[in-house]
Design a protein around this ligand. Structure first.
Ligand SMILES: Nc1ncnc2c1ncn2[C@@H]1O[C@H](COP(=O)(O)OP(=O)(O)OP(=O)(O)O)[C@@H](O)[C@H]1O
Ligand SMILES: [Mg+2]
Length: 455
């Protein structure tokens, strides 16, 4: 790099050269004049020339020493400035390459992971991490991407940081934090066991249009992070935030398109398949009601088919619902299902608490089909007058009871070959590590209890 690159050096060199030359000339002249008037009268004749020469030699020596000192100091400053410029140029080149590397397409996860990897290489940090915050809670870390750690090391550290301590400090202040030893910061709360040693720290928010896209943390750079590192990472963070925001935007658009597609499938299922099935069950019921010559066996078979179709319809309805939304209200879905089975005069529902709102859609699915079966049994086998569906939950488990006042029955040991209802119920509950319990007394009624743990 040419030495004139530093503007300060270029402007100050010329005056200094003139000043030094004039000072040298003035110094010699003044020395000669002063010698002539102040010193010479006191010296013996004949020694004048020699004394003057000695004074001039010593004076020139001091002057040169002084001027060259200044020059070499300036030279040093120039070299330092050049080194700094060179580092900045390297940094900018790396930054440009990093931005290029970041724009490679992929899904949102790949892109964020790429940002952490590039940030780590850019700064020469040993470890890097990027925290993404919860959408509705700007202080909770929802995802944590790391770079420089093996999968085993990540696993050994246990759960992701919670956003307390130093990481939280960056989140709260929304400002960069640069530390030689992160342990010295008052907000530092220490590391969990099996955490690799980390000392130097640089953390900063990734801001895009004043919105936080995530937080970048870099640790363990040999010699610590400098102010220059920080300004380079700040530049990088700005670009990274834009890349992440962009990726998120496209992902949102894609999931919006998927949502529309799911809605369309749901509509088609509802208007096509479901209406056809409904028509078929109506025809069967009509057939059974109006044709008097059907033999009892055929009637029983037709009723069984009609019941199977009704289960299938519940299945499809449930599927449509799950296509349209990610959450399903169990109470509404249950009412919906029971209503479709005919008049609900003989049924009542009781909910002790509202934790059914926490039920996963697949759990609801299995509960609904089991309840449908139990209700159908109570009606067709028990000839019950009244059926109560009762929801109850504790901290550990949830429970649905189907209580009827019908004829009751004595359970048969090997009924499972010809009767599938109860067996299917058990299977559905076992999927969730739960079980079915049936209590029945002749002429008093039957209580079917479906129980499963929350986790
Ligand atoms: N609520 C009830 N009241 C009276 N009897 C019942 C009740 N629930 C079940 N049973 C008796 O238990 C038997 C087994 O029920 P399960 O639901 O397994 O089979 P199914 O209803 O006969 O046939 P499937 O359900 O396979 O169509 C029934 O046949 C019936 O005798
Ligand atoms: Mg049955």
């Amino acid at each position: 790099m040419p030495p004139t690159a530093d503007p300060a050096q270029r402007t100050s060199a010329k005056p200094w050269r003139w000043i030094a030359t004039l000072m040298a000339m003035a110094g010699v002249s003044v020395t000669i004049v002063l010698f002539h008037y102040l010193v010479a009268p006191y010296l013996p004749r004949g020694s004048h020339d020699f004394s003057l020469a000695i004074i001039l030699v010593i004076g020139t020596g001091f002057f040169s020493y002084f001027v060259f000192g200044i020059l070499s100091q300036q030279q040093k400053a120039v070299t330092l400035a050049n080194q700094r410029l060179e580092r900045q140029r390297d940094g900018l080149t790396a930054l440009r390459e990093a931005s290029y590397a970041m724009t490679t397409v992929g899904d949102w996860h790949d892109i964020v992971q790429n940002v952490v990897d590039v940030a780590r290489k850019l700064t020469g940090a040993r470890y890097a991490a990027l925290a993404v915050l919860e959408d509705d809670d700007a202080y909770t870390i929802s995802q944590f991407f790391t770079s420089g750690l093996s999968a085993e090391e990540v696993a050994a550290m246990g759960p992701y940081p919670t956003g307390r301590g130093l990481l939280g400090e960056v989140i709260r202040t929304r400002r960069p934090i640069r530390l030689q030893r992160l342990q010295d910061h008052p907000a530092s709360v220490g590391f969990p066991p099996h955490h690799p040693k980390m000392e130097s720290f640089l953390g900063l928010p990734l801001l895009y249009q004043n919105q936080v896209m995530g937080h970048l943390y870099l640790t363990e750079k040999a010699g610590g992070f400098t102010a220059d590192d920080q300004s380079m990472v700040e530049l990088f963070a700005r670009q990274a935030a834009a890349v992440i925001a962009n990726a998120r935007f496209y992902q949102d658009r894609e999931s919006f398109a998927t949502l529309k597609e799911r809605e369309r499938i749901g509509r088609d299922l509802h208007d096509g398949v479901l209406q056809t099935l409904y028509g078929t069950t109506l025809s069967i019921d009509n057939l059974v009601d109006s044709v008097e010559t059907l033999d009892p066996f055929a009637i029983k078979e037709l009723m069984r088919i009609s019941e199977t179709l009704s289960l299938l319809m519940t299945d499809i309805r449930f599927f449509i619902q799950s296509l349209e939304s990610t959450t399903i209200d169990f109470k509404i879905a249950l009412t919906d299902m029971l209503r479709r089975q005919g008049p609900m005069d003989d049924i009542s529902m009781e909910f002790d608490d509202s934790r059914y709102l926490d039920l996963h859609p697949e759990r609801i699915h299995d509960l609904l089909l089991s309840i449908q079966e139990a209700v159908s049994n109570a009606r067709s086998h028990g000839h019950a007058h009244h059926i109560l569906v009762h929801w109850h939950s504790t901290a550990e488990s949830y429970q649905v009871q189907i209580i009827d006042d019908g004829e009751g029955f004595v359970p048969q040991p090997d009924a499972s070959h010809t009767h599938f209802g109860v067996r299917n119920m058990s299977k559905r509950m076992e999927r969730w590590h739960g079980h079915v319990d049936i209590q029945s007394r002749l002429h008093e009624g039957t209580t079917v209890t479906l129980t499963a743990p929350w986790l």
